[in-house]
Write a protein that binds this ligand. Sequence first.
Ligand SMILES: [Mn+2]
Length: 359
Amino acid sequence: MGCNGPRMLSLKQPYASATVSSSKNWKNIENRTRVLFPLSDEHKDHRMKPYQRPQAIKINIVNFAKQLDNDLLRSEVFVRKVCSDAIEALYHQKNIQRVNGGIKELIVVGDLHGSYASLMKILDLLGNKIKTKSCHFVFNGDYVDRGDGQLSVLMLLAWLRSKYPDHVFLNRGNHEHETMNRKEYHHGRNFVEELEERAYDHLYEECFMSLFNAMPLATIWQDRVFIVHGGPPRPHELRQWESVDTIDRMNGDILQHMIFADMLWSDPTKEASITGWRKGKRGKGGLFSERYTKEFLKAVDCQLLVRSHQCVRGGCDWVHGRKVCTIFSAENYVGLENRGAVIVVKNCGDELKCNCVQF
Ligand SMILES: [Mn+2]
């Protein structure tokens, strides 16, 4: 499997460090206790019971989501178990995971940034498609930071990923990273602040960093649609595309790999003066032109690029001759009064039919 090199950790072992760059003074990170996955049977908690029942798969997802938000998340055992199950489902996937099979419909959800209300609307509208297993859902990163339901969003998606392993997929976003989760924001809290309020901050290194590291960087759906949080990597990284799955994402800081930093941080541009790929103002990643989009899609043998990472007014925005769709799903993000949207893509033989669903 792609990232399973000899250094790949075993789930029976403590996670080898979810190491952070040494420049940070987040104290004693190297010495913190690591949690053991899977959890042992001695962890007993009455709140685990509804989750453990075999018929849990038949539950109403929206009702479960409410219960999770109101009650289940108070149990540390529950949080650890959801993390460890999701990690087990995620880390076997390649860095660029491929989703194929007979299902003709794809739904991509963009940035949520802790907006549990937006996620509830999406599940109210489309959650039945998860239960009936009639489509593939790809959540495209930036689950945490800023909103008021960050842990709820992350845990519900982690739970869905392990309960519906062939139908729900997660990509990593640039906010699934320690530097972003400890940054000060003018609007809203960072993820670590929410964890501190819940007295779960000790779980950040023990569970959540491993969960983020386990997330693939991109998804290729039916060999036709490329889904990534930011965009394509810069030209000299793209020339080494065939080795992208050999990079070990579970250990160390993924931003040390330029190819990954570009994929999580880049944006499309319509500026005529930019004909290829150029560094942008975000400090990481860059700006890619319509011509570069075509080169990239040719290199990865896809027809459409679906990405997120930018708040667009209607939740959905097309550029580059409808070869690039930006999808953003958190409504009223930092008070911007934007709509949220998801994109529904149907594979109809020769063509892809795309429909943005706003809420
Ligand atoms: Mn982003």
